[in-house]
Design a protein around this ligand. Structure first.
Ligand SMILES: [Zn+2]
Length: 425
C-alpha cells in the first residue's frame, strides 16, 4: 500500500516537472550554444552564492538534465539564503468551495514550514510567509475545467489556472513583492492524497505568466492532505510544502519509480510523508547552508582521517566528499536523531553517491546500506524501512573496489563526533 502510494506520487510530480522543464531546457540550449564553452550551465546568483572552491569536490552542474545535483544551482531558481518572502494564496472553485476558513488551510503549513527551514539551514534561510488575502480566492471555472490530473504539464491547464489566479488576485496582491508563490488549493478539490498526489512545483519557468511585472516562475501547488500514516495530518502533513519549495530552490526529486528505495528517509526530497526528516549535507552545501570550511575534500590518493560532527548541530565539520569523476562522487555525513531528523533509529555515518548528470526522479543520489536486506530498524509509517539502518557504525567500512575507495568509521567520541578514515588508491 505504501509502496504503491509512493510510486503513484512519484509519477505525478515527475510528470509536472518534466513537462515544464522541456521549455526551460530549450531556452538554455539555445543560449549556451552561443557561448565559447557550452559544456556547463552558466553560474547563477540564485542559490549557493558562496559555494566556490574545494576543487574537484565541487561536482559541477551537468548540462542536458532538467535539475542537476551539481554546483552551482543555475539561475532562475529562488535564492536560498537570507530573507525570502513567500506569497500564499488559498484558492477554491465553484464546484469545490472551500470548507472552513482559508486561514485554517494556511495554518496547516505555517509556522511549521518556516521553522523547518530555519532548523535545516541553521538560521541562514529566513522564510517569511505572507497571506495578503485572508479569504478563499474563487477561480472563475470549475476545478474539472482546468483538466488538472496526475502528472499534468504546465500547458495548458496550469497556465490557465495561474492566469485566472493572477486576474482574481491582482487587485489585492503586489506580486512583485515576493520571491516565490505557494498556491494552497482547497483540500476538497481533486482526489485524496491517499489515491493520488497532485502537488507539484514549476520552477525557473521563464515563460510563466507575468503579474505586476514579475513572472510567476517559482510556484508550488499543494492539493489535498497528507496524513502521517496514522490517519492524522496535523503533525507532519505540512511537510509536502518544504519538499515542493525545495524545488524552487533548485533541488531535484530523490525518489524514483521505486519510491524511496534510493535514499530512503534521509532527505525530504526523497520522502516527505511520515516522520520529519532533514536534507542531506550535499543539499545543504548546494543551498549555501554549509560553508566550504565545513566540507572536506578527499581528492588525493592516500589515507586521511576526518572528524565529522552531527549534521543536525550548528557549526563544525559536516561532510567529507570523495570525487570520482567530473560528474560523480561519494559523500559522508553524520546523522543522529536531532533537529529535523525525528525518525533516526540507528545513528552513524551516512554514505551516498551523488551523480550530477542523473536527472530529477531518476536517482541522482543513492544511499549505501551498511546492512543490506536487514529490513531496517524502524516500523514507523511512511518511512522506507530498509535504509533506516543504512548509517555505518564504528568498526564498519564501505568499499568501492572498482574505484579504489574505502571509507571506514573509526570511532565516536563523547561529544558525538565520528572519526572517518578515507583511503584512496
Ligand atoms: Zn518533488
Amino acid at each position: 500500500m505504501e509502496q504503491t502510494r509512493h510510486r503513484i506520487r512519484g509519477r505525478a510530480r515527475l510528470g509536472g516537472l518534466a513537462a515544464f522543464a522541456a521549455l526551460a531546457l530549450a531556452a538554455l540550449t539555445t543560449s549556451s550554444s552561443m557561448l565559447p564553452a557550452p559544456d556547463r550551465v552558466p553560474a547563477g546568483p540564485s542559490a549557493a552564492p558562496d559555494a566556490l572552491g574545494l576543487g574537484p569536490c565541487r561536482i559541477p552542474t551537468a548540462v542536458g538534465v532538467q535539475m542537476s545535483e551539481g554546483l552551482p544551482t543555475p539561475s532562475g531558481y529562488v535564492r536560498s539564503t537570507g530573507v525570502v518572502h513567500a506569497l500564499n494564496l488559498m484558492i477554491d472553485f465553484p464546484d469545490a468551495e472551500g470548507s472552513g476558513s482559508a486561514l485554517d488551510r494556511l495554518a496547516e503549513f505555517f509556522p511549521q514550514t518556516s521553522q523547518w527551514f530555519a532548523t535545516s539551514s541553521y538560521g541562514r534561510l529566513s522564510y517569511r510567509p505572507h497571506a495578503p488575502v485572508s479569504d478563499w480566492l474563487r477561480m472563475p471555472k470549475p476545478f474539472a475545467a482546468y483538466g488538472i490530473d496526475r502528472g499534468s504539464p504546465y500547458e495548458p491547464g496550469y497556465r490557465r489556472l495561474v492566469e485566472d489566479l493572477v486576474a482574481v488576485a491582482d487587485p489585492k496582491v503586489d506580486f512583485d513583492a515576493y520571491d516565490l508563490v505557494n498556491v494552497l488549493v482547497t483540500p476538497n478539490a481533486g482526489p485524496s492524497a491517499l489515491d493520488t498526489v497532485l502537488s507539484v512545483t514549476f520552477s525557473g519557468n521563464e515563460q510563466a505568466p507575468v503579474a505586476d511585472g514579475a513572472p510567476l516562475a517559482n510556484t508550488s501547488f499543494v492539493y489535498s492532505r497528507q496524513d502521517d500514516g496514522s490517519g492524522t495530518y496535523a503533525e507532519t502533513g505540512y511537510r509536502v510544502l518544504p519538499h515542493e519549495n525545495g524545488h524552487v530552490f533548485g533541488l531535484p526529486d530523490l525518489y524514483t519509480a521505486g519510491g524511496g528505495s534510493a535514499v530512503g528517509h534521509w532527505d525530504i526530497m526523497s520522502e516527505d510523508w511520515g516522520a520529519n526528516n532533514d536534507l542531506l549535507a550535499w543539499h545543504k552545501w548546494k543551498l549555501g547552508w554549509l560553508d566550504n570550511s565545513q566540507v572536506n575534500c578527499a581528492a588525493a590518493p592516500g589515507t586521511a582521517d576526518y572528524a565529522l560532527t552531527p549534521l543536525a548541530t550548528r557549526g563544525g565539520s559536516k561532510m567529507a566528499i570523495v570525487p570520482l569523476s567530473e560528474n560523480t562522487g561519494y559523500a559522508a555525513e553524520v546523522r543522529t536523531r536531532a533537529g529535523n531528523d525525528a525518525h533516526v533509529c540507528e545513528p552513524g555515518v551516512l554514505i551516498y553517491r551523488v551523480k550530477s548528470d542523473i536527472d530529477t526522479g531518476q536517482g541522482p543520489v543513492t544511499v549505501s546500506d551498511s546492512d543490506d536486506d536487514s529490513g531496517g530498524c524502524t516500523r514507523r509509517p511512511n518511512v522506507h524501512a530498509e535504509l533506516s539502518d543504512a548509517p555505518y557504525r564504528p568498526g564498519q567500512s564501505f568499499t568501492d573496489r572498482e574505484n579504489g575507495v574505502r571509507i571506514s568509521v573509526l570511532d565516536e567520541d563523547e561529544n558525538g563526533r565520528y572519526r572517518v578514515r578515507i583511503t584512496r588508491e
